[in-house]
Each structure stands twice: as C-alpha cells, then as structure tokens.
Design a protein around this ligand. Structure first.
Ligand code: ADP
Length: 360
C-alpha cells in the first residue's frame, strides 16, 4: 500500500505557567512512501518523526494537508479503520498475559472481515510466531523474556493482523548494539517477505543506512533530503545532511575559489574548478582522504582512535580537525606531518552562507 502525504502541517500548543506556545512539529511535509518499501525517517530528536507516524496511524490529525493510503483519502479516518501495525521503543506488552495472548489480542479487531474463530486465531498467532522465530516463547510471560525477545513479540503482535502498513518508532533503542544489528536484519527480511510498506523512525544513521530503501532526512519538521542511502550519503544537498550521515563525520574546512582554482589557505588543492570566485566550505569524507607522500593536503598529525576494526587518524589542517581512516597495511603514524590527497570527484563544496551544496 502506497502512502502519500500532501502538504501536512501539525502544530501543538504547549502550555506552561500561564502562557502557551505554538510548536510546529511537522511543516508542509509532502512525500510518497512507495508500496512494499522500507523508508527511514532520520533526524535529531524533536524534528517531528514520531508526530509523522502518529499522523499516519491516525492517533493525531493534521492541522492541514492530506494523507492517502493508495488512492483513498484517510486523513479523517480513526486509527482502528487504518490497516496499520505499530511497534514502539518500549515494547508495550501486557505483563499479566502470556506471549500468545499478547500476540492474539489484535485479532479481536481484525482490519478485514469478522473476528476469526479461536482455532483460526491460534493458527494465525503460530504462523506469525514461526515467521519471527519465537514459537517456543508463546506460553511465557513478557517479564520472563529478554529485551530482544520482547521486541520480537511486539513485532509479531504488530504483524498478526497482516497490516498493509508497518510503523516502527525507534524499535531498537533499548537493545544493545549486537542485538540491534541482528534484529535489524530480521526486520528487513520479514518486511521484504511480507512486502509490507514500512516506515522506520530512527535518529541513528547507521541503522538507517543498513536497512532503508529510502532515507528521509528531517530537520525542524521538514524534509532536508530524501533518496537512497547511497544518494544521501554521496550526494548530500547540504551540510546538515552531509554531517548527519557517516561516522566519523564528514571533514569540513574553509576554502576559496579564485580564478577557477580551489584553495585552502594558500594551498592549491585543485586546478580548473569551473566556478565563480567565492568562499566555500570544503567537505571530504574520512574514507576519501588518501595518505600519499605527494598529497597536497599537508596536516599535523595529532593522535589516532580505534573505531571498530578501523584506526582513525586525527589531524589538524588550517585550524580544522581532519579525520581519515588508516588503510590496512599502513604502519601506524607516531608523530609529525602527514600528507593526504583526495580525488576531485569525491570532494564536496558547500556555500558558507546557506550551507547548500555547490554543484560542480
Ligand atoms: P521526534 O520524534 O523527531 O523526536 P516529535 O515528533 O516527538 O519529534 O516532536 C516534534 C516536536 O513537537 C518537538 O518539539 C516536541 O517537543 C513537540 N511535541 C510532540 N508532541 C507534543 C505534544 N503532545 N504537545 C506539545 N508538543 C509536542
């Protein structure tokens, strides 16, 4: 089921100590979530991600704008009429019920047709439990489960009615890193198997990069950029998106274009930049800085950091910090100066005034 959001606006009135304040949580938001795809809403806390999910599942109604499921205008539909499954960060399971009863509960109010017979309910519960691989947990109670198992149960509960849309609100935040990656892969596989249109909210770019067909980068209730993980990473429209994706963060250093040459300080980085004279911010991803003896980017080496399997070199260049990933096979550098180069096609330039990317 395709979801179309058209010029959505949502304003909350926050009241405190006798005065009220308008908070624009979602601002003129338009986007099409393609049928059967996984779309990640990615952005910092408070940028309106959860509000968007509440607008899609009907717990909130927009102040203006339209929501369509397929071709149907559902903007005014109550939540129970929308075939939407929802998974939250805090599992939200009933502790006095068994896992089986927790998963079965939504079947009392099916999206389509009559409430199934008890035997049919059991069949559906077991079918989804097999898919999520929690069959052996069905007769336990939620407090007898680990966090990862509880989250699997809440995913099963969200899917048992076979929703056409699945909404996941930071579903992995309470889990440790190893388990997050494992459940992330499971969610992806189930989503593809069931071909359910899925909106996955996260503030973690690594999760989004790992799972999404499309990433929507948000800020202040608005879309900064939408595209495939590769697109938003390699071709960010602005500094906000460039910094939000990738870790270590993209390196940013002030530069200038003079007579079609790109400089940082007095260092000539590139000839033949077909641009007007202007100040720029130069962006280079850490993996695009190549250690080379003939490199023109001469830095002072500060220290190195271990990150996962990588060693990160932390250097200083014209007052900015530059980070690069030490390629395997290189001896560790202990002190002094290092030289880097960067391929021209990997370089990004941004406007210092607007933060927007300057297309080369
Ligand atoms: P996110 O999910 O990206 O963290 P939210 O959608 O929860 O962001 O919130 C967006 C903005 O709306 C925030 O500034 C938040 O404080 C505000 N907000 C969310 N819910 C309410 C509410 N019920 N009343 C008032 N303000 C709210």
């Amino acid at each position: 089921m395709k979801i179309t959001l058209e010029n959505l606006n949502k304003i909350y009135i926050a009241r405190s100590k006798g005065y009220s304040e308008q908070i624009v949580a979602v601002r003129d938001f338009s986007f099409v979530f393609p049928e059967g795809k996984m779309v990640c809403l990615l952005g910092p806390s408070g940028c309106g991600k959860s509000t968007l999910l509440s607008l899609i599942n009907g717990l909130e109604t927009p102040d203006s704008g339209k929501i369509y499921f397929g071709d149907e205008d559902v903007t005014e539909w109550p939540p129970e009429k929308r075939a939407v499954g929802m998974v939250f960060q805090n599992y939200a399971l009933y502790s006095h019920m068994s896992v089986r009863q927790n998963i079965r509960m939504p079947l009392e109010n099916p999206f389509r047709g009559e409430t199934p017979e008890k035997r049919e309910q059991d069949r559906k519960v077991e079918e989804i439990a097999d898919l999520i691989q929690i069959r052996e947990l069905l007769d336990r109670r939620p407090d007898e489960l680990s966090g990862g198992q509880q989250q699997r149960v809440s995913i099963a509960r969200a899917l048992v009615r076979r929703p056409e849309i699945l909404l996941l609100d930071e579903p992995l935040s309470n889990l440790d890193k190893m388990l997050r990656m494992q459940i992330l892969e499971e969610i992806r596989k189930i989503q593809e198997d069931l071909h359910v249109t899925t909106v996955f909210v996260t503030h973690d770019q690594e999760e989004a990069m790992g799972i999404a067909d499309l990433i929507v980068v948000m800020r202040d209730g608005m879309i900064q950029q939408a595209g495939s993980p590769e697109e938003v990473y390699r071709f960010p429209d602005n500094i906000f998106t460039a910094r939000f994706l990738g870790y270590p963060e993209i390196n940013l250093v002030s530069g200038s274009v003079r007579s079609e040459k790109l400089y940082c300080g007095s260092d000539l980085l590139f000839d033949s930049m077909a641009l007007e004279d202007q100040d720029v911010i130069i962006g280079i991803r850490p993996e695009d800085l190549e250690l080379r003896e003939d490199g023109v980017i001469l830095c002072r080496y500060n220290r190195s950091e271990i990150q996962g399997k990588d060693r990160i070199l932390v250097c200083e260049y014209h007052g900015a910090v530059l980070k690069s990933i030490l390629p395997t096979g290189f001896e560790e550098i202990s002190e002094g100066e290092v030289r880097f180069s960067c391929k021209k096609e990997k370089l990004m330039l941004f406007s210092p005034e607007t933060g927007n990317r300057i297309v080369l």
